[in-house]
Structures are given as C-alpha cells and as structure tokens.
Design a protein around this ligand. Structure first.
Ligand code: DC
Length: 224
C-alpha cells in the first residue's frame, strides 16, 4: 500500500481537527490541517495590507509552505496561535473564495500527501483535492454544540468571547464556505457522514479508525 488518503471535511466546530489528529495518531498516519494553511495565507496577505480583491498572484508565487512534524511553516517561519483568532477565521474564509489561493493551496496539499499514509482535514478534501481518496468522512454537529466547542477551544488559548459573537461568526462562515462557487463545503460523493453532536471524541475516533482499518483489509461493504 504505497499511499492511503483519509479525508475529513465538515463545518467549523464539527470536530475535524481533533478527530483527524486522533485517527492519525491511532493508525500511525500523518496528519494535515488544511484550514491552518488557509488561515496562515490569509494572515500573511492581510499583514501585507492585501485584500481578497487585490491582485495577489505575485505574492502567492513567492510564498513557501512546508508541513513538518505536524507544524506549518510559512516562508520558513513556524505558524503559531496567531492564526486562531476570530478575525483570522473570518479572513481565512474570505481569502478561501479567491480561485488563485485555492489553486496554490490545492497544489501544495497534493504534493504533501503524495505517497503517504495521511489524514487530511478541511472543507474540500474529498470533493476537490483528493476525489479518489481511500476513505472520505464528512463530520457534522448541531450549531449549539459547535459554538460550545469553539468557545471552549478559544478559552484554552486565553481568548474569551461571548456565545453570540462565536455563533454569529460560525453562521457567517458556514454561509460563506457553503455558498462559494469554487469548492464549496459539502459532503463528497461516497463519503460517510457522521453526526458528532452526541458522541464523545473517542467514539468518533474509534468509528473512523475502524472504518479505515476495514477498508485497508477490504472488508467494508460500502467500498467505492
Ligand atoms: O478549518 P478552519 O476553521 O481552520 O478553516 C478556516 C477557513 O479556511 C474556513 O472557514 C474555510 C477555509 N478552508 C477552505 O476553504 N478549505 C479548506 N480545505 C480548509 C479551510
């Protein structure tokens, strides 16, 4: 088995990152967080005073991105918690609508995954970037649960925001990410949809890992 790709897509707060990390750890796979790539590129372009409507093709050509040991490097510099604020969440969603940004990141994501056993998470992993992935998962959860999870996650990073601020931001991003013309957020064909609202993280990690193992052993009746 030279390459094995597991895609995990879903809206903000559906549990993608925690599940993808957990499954990768359990199975000894690598892990790629593509949301962090969109955040990092938006952060970089915004710090240079650029907006999604500007001509950013020159900047995109110059930006380098590496992913080593679960850490993202932009132009050789390690990316940290500066990309986790609500402002950067919303900037990432804005820049993610720009075709040149998606094209550049899709190319980098495919290059990173080539020849590896990897769990990749984002919005368009199963639909656009890896349409022939071995296992495709789409995670959902109720809005209430997603707001609660995001609130807890931000609090752990020392960011304290009201329920309403987080709910408004998530709703706005859901709308924008699902309605954009290129690579909108939607379940891929042949994806397994899992509602995580009432499930613990470990339950979902176990469910996805078993699915991957069954498919590796060719025992899954829903195989493509
Ligand atoms: O997963 P996240 O919340 O960190 O992603 C931030 C934004 O990046 C998200 O609102 C939309 C964009 N994104 C995307 O368009 N495609 C991806 N594969 C991953 C993220």
């Amino acid at each position: 088995m030279s390459e094995f790709i597991v895609t995990i897509d879903g809206p903000a707060g559906s549990g993608k990152s925690s599940v993808a990390k957990g499954v990768a750890q359990k199975l000894g796979f690598e892990y790629l967080n593509t949301g962090a790539m969109y955040r990092a590129i938006a952060f970089e372009l915004h710090s240079k005073g650029l907006n999604p409507n500007d001509d950013i093709s020159g900047e995109l050509e110059r930006i380098t991105m590496d992913y080593k040991d679960g850490c993202l490097y932009v132009n050789g510099k390690k990316v940290g918690d500066e990309i986790r604020s609500l402002e950067v969440s919303s900037l990432a969603s804005d820049f993610a609508r720009v075709p040149a940004v998606r094209k550049a990141l899709t190319r980098i994501q495919r290059a990173i995954a080539k020849g590896r056993h990897i769990v990749v998470e984002g919005r368009d992993m199963g639909t656009v970037v890896f349409p022939t992935a071995n296992v495709k998962i789409f995670l959902t959860a109720s809005l209430k649960e997603r707001v609660f999870r995001r609130m807890r996650e931000l609090q752990m990073k020392g960011i304290f925001l009201s329920h309403k601020e987080i709910e408004d931001e998530i709703k706005q991003r859901d709308r924008q990410d699902s309605s954009r013309p290129i690579a909108p957020l939607k379940p891929a064909e042949n994806s397994v949809v899992i509602d995580t609202t009432k499930k613990s993280l470990d339950e979902v990690i176990d469910e996805v890992s078993s699915l991957v193992l069954r498919r590796i052993r060719n025992e899954d009746p829903h195989r493509r």
